[in-house]
Design a protein around this ligand. Structure first.
Ligand SMILES: Cc1ncc(COP(=O)(O)O)c(C=O)c1O
Length: 393
C-alpha cells in the first residue's frame, strides 16, 4: 500500500525521532525518572496565563460563525494585529495584506516552498540545519543545496555560499536563532550575504528569496538583538510561529510576513494564500488565530531557559567539552568527545542519556542537547556528562 518513496523515507527517518523512540524504549525499561531525554525541542514550560485565560474566554464565545471557514489568508483582525506588532517591534511597516496565517512555521515553510519552486530549482540550506528543511524542499520538487557554516562561529561561510549559489538558486533558508546551535547570525554577516545574493541575482538575472525561519525569535539571552531580515534583504519573507515563543507547539499556529519591497509582493501573497489552501491546511486554526490576535504581547519568562542554558553550558565547559555559548533558542551543540558522533550518542544512551548526533543536522562530529526539559533532569544528568568525559579520556 505504502509508496516505495515513502517506505524508503521512513527507513531513513530523522535522528531526532530515532532518539525519541529510543527514549520510549528506555523509559519503559528503566522508568521515566531514570531516562534523561534531551532529544526533542518540545518546550516543557506551560503557556503564559494570558494565553490560557484568552483561550477560556474564547471557548465560551457563542457568536454565530465563530467556527466557520474564513479567508485562506486568515482573519483580517489577526493579520492586522500581527502586522502592527511587527511594526512596533521592528519599525517595519506592513499591512494585513502582507501577512498569511499558517499552521505553524512548518506549515508556513511548505506554503512558501510550494509557491516558489519549479522542479529542480535549488534551495540553499546552511548546515547544521533543522533536518526537516530537506524534506520540505523535496516535498515541492526542489533540490536542497547544503552550504556549510564556519565551524568556529556556526555562521554561514560566505565563500562557500558564493560557490553554491547558481542560476537555479530560488531560495536561501536562514534560521537564527539557530536550531541546533543557538547562534544568532550577526548583522554584518547578513549584510555581506545580502550584497552577495544581490550581485548573483544581477549576474543570473534571477530572483532569490531569503526565507527567514524564526520560531525562536523571542528566545534571546543576555540582551541579544535579532537583526531585522526584512530590512537587510529586499527579496525576503519571515516565517514565524508561536510554538516556542508561547510554548504551544501542539496548536499549530504561525504566520508568513512578506517584505513589501519585493516586486509583485501582492502576487506572492496570492500564491501563499493559494498554497495554504491546496496543501490542505485550508486556513490556520480559527480558535488559535483569535487567541493570537489578543496575545501578541504575552511572553514566557526567558530566565526559565537561561537558567537551564547556564547550568548545562557552565558544567560542560568546566569539564572540558568544546561548545559555543548559545545566544538564543534552547539548544547546545557541543563537539562530540570522539570523531564518530553516532557512536558517542550510542555510548551516552548506555547511561540513559539521550542526545542527537550532529550528522542528523548535516554536521558530523557534534551532538545536540535540547535543554527545554526540567531542571531536575538537567541536574541529574550532570554526573553522566562527567562520566562520559572520563570514559573518552
Ligand atoms: C528551526 C525550526 N523551524 C521550524 C520548526 C517548526 O516549528 P512549528 O511548530 O512552528 O511548525 C522548528 C521546530 O522545532 C524548528 O526548530
Amino acid at each position: 500500500m505504502v509508496s516505495n518513496t515513502i517506505a524508503q523515507k521512513i527507513k531513513a527517518s530523522s535522528w531526532i525521532r530515532k532518539m525519541f523512540e529510543e527514549g520510549e524504549r528506555l523509559r519503559a525499561t528503566y522508568g521515566v525518572d531514570n531516562v534523561f531525554d534531551f532529544s526533542l525541542g518540545n518546550p516543557n514550560i506551560e503557556p503564559p496565563e494570558h494565553v490560557k485565560e484568552t483561550l477560556k474566554k474564547l471557548a465560551l464565545d457563542n457568536r454565530p460563525g465563530f467556527h466557520r471557514y474564513m479567508s485562506n489568508a486568515g482573519y483580517l483582525d489577526t493579520r492586522t494585529n500581527v502586522s502592527d506588532h511587527i511594526e512596533k517591534k521592528t519599525g517595519i511597516k506592513l499591512g494585513p495584506e502582507n501577512i498569511v496565517m499558517t499552521s505553524g512555521a512548518a506549515g508556513g515553510l511548505n506554503v512558501v516552498l510550494k509557491s516558489i519552486l519549479d522542479p529542480s530549482d535549488e534551495v540553499i540550506v546552511f548546515s547544521p540545519y533543522f533536518a526537516e528543511y530537506l524534506s520540505y524542499v523535496d516535498n515541492h520538487s526542489g533540490i536542497p543545496i547544503i552550504s556549510p557554516c564556519r565551524l568556529d562561529t556556526f555562521e554561514p561561510d560566505l565563500d562557500l555560499l558564493e560557490q553554491n549559489l547558481s542560476p537555479k538558486t530560488k531560495a536561501v533558508i536562514l534560521n537564527s536563532p539557530n536550531n541546533p546551535t543557538g547562534v544568532i547570525y550577526r548583522k554584518e554577516t547578513l549584510e555581506k550575504m545580502a550584497s552577495l545574493i544581490a550581485s548573483k541575482e544581477k549576474d543570473y538575472n534571477s530572483q532569490i528569496l531569503v526565507i527567514s525561519d524564526e520560531p525562536y525569535s523571542d528566545i534571546l539571552y543576555d540582551g541579544a538583538q535579532l537583526p531585522h531580515i526584512l530590512k537587510i534583504f529586499k527579496n525576503s519573507v519571515i516565517v514565524n510561529s508561536f510554538s516556542k515563543s508561547l510554548a504551544i507547539p501542539g496548536e499549530r499556529i504561525g504566520y508568513i510576513a512578506i517584505n513589501k519591497k519585493i516586486d509583485k509582493a501582492d502576487l506572492l501573497a496570492q500564491a501563499f494564500i493559494y498554497s495554504n489552501r491546496i496543501l490542505g491546511f485550508v486556513n490556520a486554526p480559527a480558535l488559535f488565530q483569535r487567541v493570537i490576535a489578543e496575545s501578541l504581547n504575552a511572553s514566557l519568562d526567558i530566565n526559565y531557559y537561561r537558567k537551564r542554558r547556564d547550568l548545562l553550558y557552565n558544567h560542560l565547559i568546566g569539564l572540558g567539552y568544546e561548545c559555543n555559548k548559545p545566544q538564543g533558542a534552547f539548544y547546545l551543540f557541543p563537539k562530540a568527545l570522539i570523531e564518530d558522533d553516532v557512536e558517542f550518542v550510542r555510548r551516552a544512551a548506555d547511561h540513559n542519556l539521550l542526545l542527537v548526533p550532529g550528522r542528523g543536522f548535516g554536521c558530523p562530529g557534534y551532538f545536540r542537547i535540547a535543554y527545554c526539559v526540567s531542571l531536575q533532569t538537567i541536574e541529574r544528568s550532570l554526573p553522566i556528562f562527567e562520566a562520559l568525559k572520563k570514559e573518552f579520556k
